[in-house]
Design a protein around this ligand. Structure first.
Ligand code: PA5
Length: 407
């Protein structure tokens, strides 16, 4: 269950009168979720079918037995959601197999050299994820890993260890599936990269990590039936902030296990809204660590920031004798006091509380944020599903490749 505190620490900006001015427009936007334009976002089968779910379960069970290291190759929306869920819901210190390594999000040689050395004597399986199949970073990573695997495994073994997640019909990766008979999953055409965590893109790596994807999807379904109004409210608060020249939003967390959730949020909002000279710049703060660095700016720096704070109500308990209290309660006390301090300064805060950190709550939270990205895009008057700026850098890199390296 999610709980929202949209009033206590941002009431200087968010008033009932202001909210009233959005009523008509928001009603129009809400209606889109009941028409052809957006209604698919309220249905789980947009992301994954029952048949695919069974297949994900089957393949993930096999992979878990088969390898020491599961390499997930992808960039942007093709990996961030899965990493956010896995980091949040699996132990930090664990020797559990398979180890999951995310690759293909950079092209620096150090990382690859070290990894190739690391996996030399290990059993490996790979899942390359790319909707287009042409993105440079994952394509380089996949080439390197596949070559390494070809030295180690025969054709039959490769078919068990290579899984390709890509467009249903087009692209070089789909061609490879057709040629080599590798296992494959589909990135639904209608779901853009950063909205794809609950498709096979995210679900396969999440299942291999031992996380219950049925419970995760239960949370997604909860959001689909329960959270649309809250998402519209939250999008409205963001828009009010934006119209008050608050151009930076900090996603502030109080548990480092949510670090990649904040990264995923940065991607979701930057790519969905940062276009046509519009949009809020998302940043992240991991507290209480960043109170000793970024916190100073949020308290007394330029008046351009607001905060969305994610707290966990009931977390693992740990008693602290010195203060005669539970550490989670202390952490949450700090969260509220920092919101108070920031609101006394220049940074208002909205708080989103997770009842606890588990599959259901995380699924609900992430779907809530995806609804908000869509609603916010409509409020801004931009298309929240495209990323023309990203396409442009990809185009120029390809131009550079053709000019410099290919004959
Ligand atoms: O959200 C998006 O659409 C992007 O971040 C893409 O996921 C990213 O650019 C990777 O693209 P692809 O899956 O085609 O390799």
């Amino acid at each position: 269950m999610l709980k929202f505190d949209f009033n206590t620490y941002n009431n200087k900006y968010v008033t009932q009168d202001k909210l009233e001015t959005y009523k008509e427009k928001n009603e129009e936007i809400k209606n889109l979720f009941f028409t052809d334009e957006l209604s698919h976002w309220t249905r789980i089968d947009t992301y994954v079918s029952d048949e695919e779910l069974l297949n994900i379960k089957k393949v993930s069970d096999k992979i878990k037995k088969l390898c020491d290291v599961f390499i997930v190759i992808g960039i942007g929306g093709s990996y961030m959601g899965a990493k956010a869920v896995i980091d949040a819901l699996t132990p930090v210190y664990s020797k559990k197999k398979p180890e999951i390594i995310f690759l293909g999000k950079n092209i620096n040689p150090n990382e690859y050299n070290e990894l190739l050395e690391y996996i030399k004597d290990k059993e490996v399986a790979v899942n390359v994820i790319s909707k287009s199949g042409t993105t440079l970073e994952p394509s380089i990573a996949f080439d390197l890993i596949l070559n390494e695997m070809k030295n180690k495994y025969n054709q039959i073994e490769l078919k068990e260890r290579v899984i390709i997640t890509t467009d249903e019909k087009t692209g070089t990766l789909r061609e490879l599936v057709n040629q080599e008979g590798y296992q494959s999953f589909v990135v639904p055409t209608i779901v853009g990269g950063r909205y794809s965590v609950f498709t096979p893109v995210g679900l396969l790596p999440i299942a291999v990590a031992g996380i219950d994807i049925i419970k995760l999807l239960l949370g997604v379904k909860n959001a689909m039936t329960e959270q649309l109004d809250n998402a519209i409210n939250y999008a409205t608060i963001r828009d009010i902030m934006y119209n008050n020249d608050k151009f930076i939003e900090s996603y502030t967390i109080y548990d480092e296990k949510l670090n990649y959730l904040a990264e995923w949020l940065k991607q979701l909002y930057a790519e969905s809204h940062g276009k046509e000279q519009k949009g809020i710049l998302p940043i992240a703060n991991v507290n209480t660590r960043d109170l000793h660095s970024m916190g100073q700016y949020l308290q007394e720096g330029k008046d351009i920031i607001f905060e969305t704070v994610i707290g966990i109500k009931n977390n693992t308990s740990l008693y602290i004798d010195k203060y005669n209290c539970d550490l989670n309660e202390l952490n949450n006390m700090a969260l509220e006091k920092v919101c108070e301090a920031h609101n006394n300064g220049y940074t208002p805060s909205s708080i989103i509380w997770l009842e606890k950190l588990d599959e259901e709550n995380l699924g609900e939270l992430m779907q809530f944020f995806m609804f908000t990205a869509i609603v916010g895009g409509k409020q801004l008057g931009i298309n929240p599903f495209d990323q023309p700026g990203v396409q442009e850098y990809k185009r120029l890199i390809n131009e550079g490749l053709n000019e410099k390296f290919t004959n």
